[in-house]
Design a protein. Structure first.
Length: 83
């Protein structure tokens, strides 16, 4: 998967999680354009590789963060000339 698409998918999932609007796994997988299995792998990567504190509430049928926060990404920042 191209890096840009992966980052966009993380941002979209992050927004849904922070709004408590993911829905059950099959729904969020569809929203992200993934199969249920691919979504499971994606979620596992976020948890294990990036440390996202993701949990699922079966009562509310949504994913949520167990600690408050949001996804942030690296960006290129140009250094100012120090002359």
């Amino acid at each position: 998967m191209p890096l840009r698409k992966y980052i966009e998918r993380i941002a979209q999932f992050d927004q849904l999680v922070r709004m408590n609007r993911t829905g059950p796994p099959s729904t969020v997988a569809k929203r992200l354009g993934l199969s249920k299995r691919a979504f499971h792998d994606f979620k596992t990567e976020l948890i294990e590789d990036f440390g996202f504190p993701i949990a699922y509430c079966s009562t509310r049928q949504t994913y949520y963060y167990t600690n408050p926060g949001k996804a942030e990404f690296l960006a290129f920042r140009k250094f100012e000339d120090s002359e």
